[in-house]
Write a protein that binds this ligand. Structure first.
Ligand code: FES
Length: 253
């Protein structure tokens, strides 16, 4: 169930260049949220009607934490806000990761790339099995320290300034990282490569897809992606990333 609430910001900070965190207390959204879900954040500027979908980075009691990149007018507006101010937020939205089926004996590899890193933090916290966490950055690091509490962290940077030079799969090869279930969120080329890696190695794999969204609740079809199965809703080979996703079994896309 999703709620639309007026929430109060309790913390707002820039944690890296153009990367911001915001924590806000909610009445119901945080209580129902799961890792991998997202919220739609509405602008206080009435000329921007569409909300911005932002993944959930942390859930603590009734407080939610989001970490986002300020790229467009909406997110740049959020970046100027501070504790005590209020915002309209709808959520939790999307399916999230189904971690109840992951047994303690599994060995998971969590992949996060760029702004796909934040949602992996709550997953790393809640997933109760052995975990290797592979984080890919262009250059500047963020949130990496916070992952240390939940598993062994490996870094990959495009410029080689930290960890393995290259992408997250270069780090897997260079460091001999092994696992039998994969979870990933990041840019499409990274997800494509991880899907291929999972297929070649016969591994279960869940990808969190990023698509442009509009309504965020399954009504407008702005966010469809091609799927291997026929969707119950539209009877075509499509999945609505905001509704059937954003987390999708790699075999289905
Ligand atoms: Fe409207 Fe997904 S954003 S259906």
């Amino acid at each position: 169930m999703a709620y639309r609430e007026k929430v109060t910001i309790v913390r707002a900070d820039e944690i890296a260049t153009d990367i911001y965190e915001m924590c806000f207390s909610t009445e119901n959204i945080a209580k129902e949220a799961k890792p991998g879900q997202f919220v739609s954040v509405y602008s206080n500027d009435g000329s921007r009607l569409l909300p911005r979908p932002i993944s959930i980075c942390g859930i603590e009691g009734d407080t939610l934490r989001i970490v986002y990149r300020a790229v467009g007018k909406g997110t740049q507006e959020f970046a100027t806000m501070h504790a005590g101010q209020t915002l309209e937020v709808q959520g939790p939205l999307g399916n999230g990761y189904d971690i109840s089926k992951v047994s303690k004996e599994r060995k998971a590899i969590l992949f996060g790339g760029g702004i796909g890193i934040p949602p992996m933090l709550e997953l790393a916290k809640q997933l109760d099995c052995e975990k290797s966490i592979v984080l890919g950055y262009r250059d500047e690091l963020f949130l990496n320290d916070e992952f240390e509490a939940y598993g062994k962290v490996y870094l990959a940077t495009e410029d080689g300034s930290a960890g393995t030079k290259g992408n997250v799969l270069d780090a897997v090869k260079a460091c001999g990282i092994e696992g039998d279930i994969l979870f990933a969120c990041g840019p499409t080329p990274m997800l494509r490569a991880i899907k291929q890696y999972a297929k070649e190695n016969g591994l279960e794999c869940y990808l969190s897809l990023e698509e442009k969204m509009a309504c965020g609740i399954g009504a407008c079809l702005a966010c469809v992606c091609k799927s291997t199965q026929v969707d119950d809703h539209s009877k075509v080979h499509n999945k609505r990333v905001c509704k059937e996703g954003p987390v999708i079994n790699a075999e289905e896309v």
